[in-house]
Design a protein around this ligand. Structure first.
Ligand code: ADP
Ligand code: MG
Length: 421
């Protein structure tokens, strides 16, 4: 990596401003999964060991603007009064996050009333002896995500006053040019944390000069969300395996019948184009040969294993079939670099998680045989955790959207803004 990290600068007696991605799932103020908090601990602990003057942490948490809008629309529909300032659904306040962080660190962590403003500034100015302060949700301020650069700058300049150095460990938000991720990096010396470094190291290993054979597996719901990934990886891989809901649009493009399976009508031409391109360039693009079809989009629906050329008109394709599992597993276990994005089937329903679990097992097997294996995508990360195999692969990315954009070959603005080595 050509960006400076916390290891490249002197942190002692400095005021550190650290952007983390603590955007954890919350239900009624209770954290459902703290993996994102744990993933930032190595950076936080390292910074504290260097005896800084203070450590100010910031993160967004959920999308308050969107949730307020939703609640407002609902109130209007129900003819009820709505007070935006009194709105809370227990999904945006940092208190539970601060409590969890404090218990993981076994150290007190203070909480500021807001991300910016006089009260917060006063709190920051009193920090000493390596005290830790977490700012309230950065997305409570519209400047954070504003499209207007001047607005973002205004907020970023306030944030920059809280530190002498900026550390960005928020890989999960690195694809967004927001005030607390990208803009602030222009006002302070800016370096990467360990999580950021690790994410970039693994994802680059899998995209630039990967050890061959290089196999990519793409699945998930729709082609539309993955087009750029398919196109960017196509020229690099030895084999591209396609499963998940998107396979049916490819089948349609080949003139096959897909019953009631997921179809993106407006992407049929694009699917055709991708298939032609793969043909012309002699790229090994493998589509499933069989699938599990169900009568209904339900876990307890009766099912049938069918050849993909014979999907009954009244059934819906839910998962890849056993022959496909064997075919895909063989490709994966023979690879030396594997990238996986997108479940093979409707893995949320146990009956249709078989294909996804089998691919997860094949990745674990490949890893044992010395391959570098990387999993990206929010649902894919849950799927491999659900299979209990997240420790058996080289790397599971903590950033869904960010890892996708990286695989698309895009430059992540939050990374680009950091100081070069
Ligand atoms: P990721 O978050 O890993 O990038 P996606 O969001 O693209 O993955 O896709 C995940 C979703 O795809 C899951 O909710 C899963 O149920 C859905 N999916 C997979 N296969 C099918 C299918 N055959 N029909 C409908 N949905 C599917
Ligand atoms: Mg997803």
């Amino acid at each position: 990596m050509n960006k400076k990290t916390v290891k490249d600068i002197n942190l002692r007696n400095q005021r550190i401003l650290l952007r983390v991605d603590f955007n954890v799932p919350l239900k009624n103020g209770i954290i459902q999964d703290d993996i994102r908090i744990r993933a930032a601990l190595p950076t936080i602990q390292y910074i504290l060991e260097q005896q800084p003057k203070s450590l100010v942490l910031m993160s967004h948490l959920g999308d308050p603007k969107k949730d307020i809008q939703k609640a407002k629309e609902k109130a209007e529909k129900d003819g009820k009064p709505f007070d935006e300032n009194a709105f809370s659904d227990g999904k945006h306040k940092m208190k539970p996050v601060v409590e969890r962080l404090s218990s993981l660190l076994q150290k007190p962590v203070l909480l500021a009333p807001a991300a910016i403003g006089a009260e917060t500034k006063a709190m920051v100015d009193q920090l000493h002896n390596g005290e830790i302060l977490m700012l309230e949700n950065t997305r409570f301020h519209k400047e954070e995500t504003s499209k207007d650069a001047a607005e973002r700058e205004k907020m970023a300049k306030e944030l920059a006053q809280y530190g002498d150095l900026f550390v960005n460990d928020a890989f999960g938000t690195a694809h967004r040019a927001h005030a607390s991720t990208e803009t602030v990096a222009h006002f302070l010396p800016a370096v990467a944390g360990f999580l950021m470094e690790k994410e970039l190291a693994y994802l680059s290993k899998a995209t630039t000069n990967p050890v061959k054979p290089y196999v990519a597996i793409l699945g998930g719901a729709k082609i539309s969300g993955k087009i750029d990934v398919i196109q960017n990886l196509m020229d690099k891989v030895d084999a591209l395996l396609v499963g998940g809901g998107m396979m049916f649009t490819f089948f349609k493009a080949q003139g096959m019948e897909i019953g009631k399976s997921l179809l993106e009508e407006d992407k049929i031409d694009l699917a055709k184009k991708i298939l032609d391109e793969a043909d012309a360039k002699k790229i090994k693009l493998l589509l499933p040969v069989d699938c599990i079809a169900a009568e209904k989009f339900e876990n307890d629906s009766p099912t049938k294993i069918v050849n993909v050329t014979a999907i009954p008109s009244d059934m819906v394709g839910m998962d890849i079939g056993p022959e496909t599992i064997a075919l895909f597993s063989k490709e994966i276990t023979a690879a030396k670099t594997v990238v996986w994005n997108g479940p093979m089937g409707v893995f949320e329903m146990p009956k249709f998680a078989g294909g996804t679990n089998a691919v997860a097992r094949a990745l674990a097997e490949a890893t044992k045989l010395g391959a570098t294996t990387v999993v990206g995508g929010g649902d894919s990360a849950s799927a491999i955790a659900q299979a209990g195999l997240e420790k058996e692969v080289s790397h599971v990315s903590t950033g869904g959207g960010a890892s996708l954009e990286f695989l698309e070959g895009k430059i992540l603005p939050g990374v680009a803004a950091l100081n070069d080595k």
